[in-house]
Design a protein around this ligand. Sequence first.
Ligand code: KG4
Ligand code: ZN
Length: 333
Amino acid sequence: MYILGIETSCDETGVAIYHSQRGLIHHLLYSQIEMHSEYGGVVPELASRDHIRKLIPLVKQLLLESELTKTDITAIAYTAGPGLMGALLVGAATAQSLAFAWNIPTVVVHHMEGHLLAPMLEENPPEFPFVALLISGGHTLLVKVASVGNYVLLGESLDDAAGEAFDKTAKLLGLNYPGGVKLSELAKFGQTRFRFPRPMTDRPGLDFSFSGLKTFALNTFQNSEKTHQDKADIALAFQNAVADTLAIKCRRALQQTGLKILVVAGGVSANSQIRTTLTEMLEKENGQIFFPRPEFCTDNGAMIAYAGYQRFLFGETQNLEIFARPRWAMSEL
Ligand code: KG4
Ligand code: ZN
């Protein structure tokens, strides 16, 4: 059984084909970074229009390079939310139109479930149950995962998501979109000079708050000479604070649940320092840690095809309804 996956929730057009026995067959990604960087961030209207331009040609190329035809596809999975309304509608309408033309069902996928299941595409996937840390541009979630679809929210960000904090801090240091990656590159040149707080780690609980770090970075920056070295040192201090905070909360979540496996996914999990800090923490705790490969940390079609396949197995298929939900809590799954 071949499942076509379509991701268009934000600024990447991703498509992929997953096979029930053969696993991931192929995936393609078109990133809109270049187009949005002129504006310093994602422009929703431009994002939707670009998805319209790129999606069908990408699906054609995907089938061709996979040596498959439309008749091989059993169902089409698409990201139905959360994300930008216009961008989601392009994926949903295209998926439904193709499904109507090919006479097959669609499967709606929650974007964060896609991220959560992305490590399952790796050669050595985690075994259930585990704790998942999902760190993306819009969400920071700690979730107890008993099995596919069986999620208990343990903690979340009360203000900025981890990725959002990276992006905003990058902006105030004068770095362009996409800020997270740029900030982490700058941090490589940083020296340990400043110490930022580890927010909400001095009290019990598994929620996060990252907006204060941004303010801390701004104040430190304004009180500095604003040289390249100052910026790099601030970037490093910020990144250290986020990495340590995530590690403290993850250790707490593992202790609280009695679990020994941590899965980390979402765009920010591509950050090498965060990967290292969390890996070291798990080593100390005698636990195991799993990440997607870096290209499947950020948005992609492969995770949607895989999550769609899992939902298809639950019998969750749709007929003609175009389903798009910009706001959609994972707890509703
Ligand atoms: O998961 P994702 O691709 O999209 C959403 O679902 O939001 O995550 C994007 C977020 C952005 O905030 C981006 O700055 C951040 O992930 N990000 C990073 C890195 N790569 C992407 N943050 C820190 N370090 C990175 N290497
Ligand atoms: Zn994402």
